[in-house]
Design a protein around this ligand. Structure first.
Ligand code: DGY
Length: 322
């Protein structure tokens, strides 16, 4: 008998076609499963859940999902899933590492360039008819040469950003649970800081790439922002709650932080009202991995985990979280 798979949002057809070769597939309408209750109400008949990062896959959801054996999260981040509960209930969880590294690193650079070189403001003012000719003193932004790009979370995406930033002239510093292997560190000429606060003091640009954990929630708070250099920039393409958004907005308003490029937010899709009004921000609706190729690969990686599990090849799923 074909297993039942719930795909919580429409995803690209070829991935659904692949799933349909071995499973009975239901696809949720956009946004339907972004509440715990909606998942609880529907999960019972499904053996597999292909969830989005917007789905709160809580213990209650998993307890209701009596037939659930594996959750394939359509994201590298899996903070939307209660992993402890999954372990207790013997439900496997897979995520989608690697495939979105390059697209997310590109988005990070887009944010960094936009915010530190006044791109949005310059475009807006030109359209408003304010371009009255070239001037030597207008729209002066950050010169990247010899500036320190601080990478908070030096995993795959952090390293891909570092590679790009080196070619722009940045010096790379990083904070991570542990230092990189020496050869990788040398290839990026990257300097490791075990102490978060010393690290923050040294950044000209801070770029966040750590997974969200209970320990790093709000780790960029008012106190730590005040330690950063006046005129420094913050980019976040990881997870919103790592930054205390109110504190960041206040720091932008005071001018201590010169600009912020954010692709992720604490309470998506809500944006803190102070951030919307803060100066020099580029705010994106969580589009870090948004290219057709990447979204196809994310889908195939998630679907393949389901396929392998169904075929009894769980041990050969490379992207299992638990
Ligand atoms: C992820 O995979 O965690 C990203 O945030 C999705 O773009």
């Amino acid at each position: 008998m074909k297993p039942r798979v719930l795909v919580t949002e429409p995803i690209v057809e070829p991935v659904l076609d692949f799933l349909k070769t071995f499973a009975q597939v239901d696809v949720g309408e956009r946004g339907t499963y972004s509440s715990e209750q909606a998942l609880i109400d529907s999960i019972e008949p499904y053996t597999y859940l292909l969830s989005m990062l917007t789905c709160p896959v809580t213990k209650r959801v998993m307890e209701t999902g009596k037939n659930l054996t594996l959750i394939a999260n359509y994201a590298v981040g899996f903070n939307n899933i209660d992993i402890q509960a999954a372990k207790e209930l013997n439900i496997r969880v897979a995520n989608t590492p690697d495939v979105l590294t390059e697209a997310t690193a590109d988005t990070t650079m887009a944010l960094l360039l936009s915010v530190s070189r006044n791109i949005l403001l310059a475009d807006k003012e030109l359209r408003e008819g304010k371009f009255d000719g070239w001037h030597p003193m207008t729209y002066l932004g950050l010169d990247f040469r010899k500036k320190k790009l601080g990478i908070f979370g030096m995993g795959r995406i952090g390293q891909a950003v570092a590679k790009r930033a080196v070619s722009f002239g940045f010096e790379i510093i990083y904070h991570n649970r542990k230092p990189l292997a020496q050869n990788i560190e040398e290839s990026l000429n990257a300097i490791y800081y075990s102490d978060l606060e010393l690290f923050l003091k040294d950044c000209d640009v801070l770029s966040i790439h750590a997974p969200l954990t209970p320990e790093n929630r709000h780790s960029i708070n008012a106190n730590r922002l005040s330690l950063m250099k006046k005129g420094s920039y913050i980019i976040n393409t990881a997870r919103g709650p790592i930054i205390d958004e109110k504190a960041l907005a206040e720091s932008l308003i005071s001018g201590h932080i010169a600009g912020a490029g954010l692709d992720v937010f604490e309470l998506e899709p809500k944006i803190h009202p102070l951030l919307l009004d803060a100066p020099n921000t580029v705010l994106l609706p969580h589009i870090g991995s948004s290219t057709p190729e990447t979204r196809f690969e994310i889908g195939m990686l998630a679907a393949t985990a389901i396929y392998k599990h169904f075929n009894g090849e769980t041990d050969s799923i490379p992207n299992l979280v638990c």
